[in-house]
Design a protein around this ligand. Structure first.
Ligand SMILES: C[S@@+](CC[C@H](N)C(=O)[O-])C[C@H]1O[C@@H](n2cnc3c(N)ncnc32)[C@H](O)[C@@H]1O
Length: 296
């Protein structure tokens, strides 16, 4: 199965340069408020897709276990340093287009600041739905092309693409903004029932961030987020959906499946997982299950 190219964060200092030293305390706090609103109070097993360095992971307080999935091994290593090699966390290096889990495994999933790297977003949404149990919750954040800044720039002729049309825009290689209506259509087609939308980062404007403390702006944002079901004009939108329709529930003990041939279960040794069907072997290194490519 050929899948679209991946925006590779291997070796990236994203967490430090973008968040810790990038002047984004306001955005981080605003996202924390949105997540708190949308997250169920408790759950058993949550999949965080595109977990990066685990910036959001400590916010999933009510969950018994959390699987951090990211294509980048180095992002997962940073997450491990932040969170520790605790039994509560399972670290998985894999491509979101080929999730290495059995159908109907998770009761929740989140995907934050990650869909914007997906050239074929509907394919990823179908994968997410596959690994979720019936009635599971899915929190999806997406980058919104219909934001006020893009609308203004379009009318001032400083931007050639229209924020009003349904197709995604690739503003930098493998970085996409989406139209809210298109996301809603894709969620529906993938058998998700959209329940809530929160618009986030209303005040992502340099002058506002210079003039006001991050906590104050985030608090204001928290109120403004509540208009998210009426209109979506912010650069970031958080959605909460429920998995609907017929689907499998993973049997007791089932967990990983082979991303090459979809066989489960896999045999586990301390160093690797082995697929008894196609013979593919996947390394387990320093507590990270690595499904990116089979061992030679
Ligand atoms: C912008 S970062 C966001 C990280 C984290 N969610 C956060 O908000 O701090 C995007 C992450 O998505 C991961 N990613 C991109 N494409 C991916 C893919 N096809 N499969 C799995 N992870 C992917 C990158 O490695 C990166 O860590």
């Amino acid at each position: 199965m050929t899948t679209p190219p991946v925006c590779d964060y291997e070796g990236s200092d994203y967490q430090t340069s973008f968040w810790d030293e990038g002047g984004r305390a306001y955005e981080d706090k605003a996202e924390e408020i949105a997540l708190k609103r949308l997250l169920p109070k408790s759950g058993k097993l949550l999949l965080e897709i595109g977990a990066g360095a685990g910036r959001n992971t400590p916010r999933y307080k009510g969950y018994e276990r959390i699987v951090l999935l990211d294509y980048s091994r180095t992002q997962l290593q940073q997450a491990q340093e932040r969170l520790g090699k605790n039994e509560r966390y399972i670290y998985v290096a894999a491509d979101a287009y080929k999730l290495p889990f059995v159908d109907g495994l998770f009761d929740s999933a989140t995907m934050i600041r990650t869909l914007h790297h997906m050239k074929d977003a509907p394919a990823v949404l179908r994968q997410v739905r596959r690994i979720l149990q019936p009635s599971a919750k899915f929190i999806l954040e997406y980058a919104n092309k219909l934001n006020l800044k893009a609308i203004l720039r379009y009318f001032l002729k400083k931007q050639d693409w229209s924020p009003f049309t349904p197709e995604q825009v690739e503003f930098v290689d493998l970085n996409f903004d989406f139209h809210p209506k298109t996301i809603r259509t894709w969620l529906k087609e993938s058998k998700f029932n959209l329940e809530n939308q929160l618009t986030v980062s209303h005040f992502r404007i340099a002058i506002a961030k210079r003039l006001f403390p991050a906590n104050f702006l985030a608090k204001l944002d928290g109120f403004a987020q509540l208009t998210g079901n009426w209109w979506q004009l912010t650069p970031s939108v958080f959605t909460l959906s429920t998995a609907i329709g017929e689907s499998a529930i993973a049997s007791e003990g089932a967990f990983f499946q082979c991303p090459q041939c979809n066989h489960a279960p896999l045999e586990e040794t301390p160093e690797m997982l082995i697929c008894p069907n196609c013979g593919a072997k996947y390394a387990i290194r320093n507590g990270i299950y690595d499904f990116r490519e089979p061992l030679a």
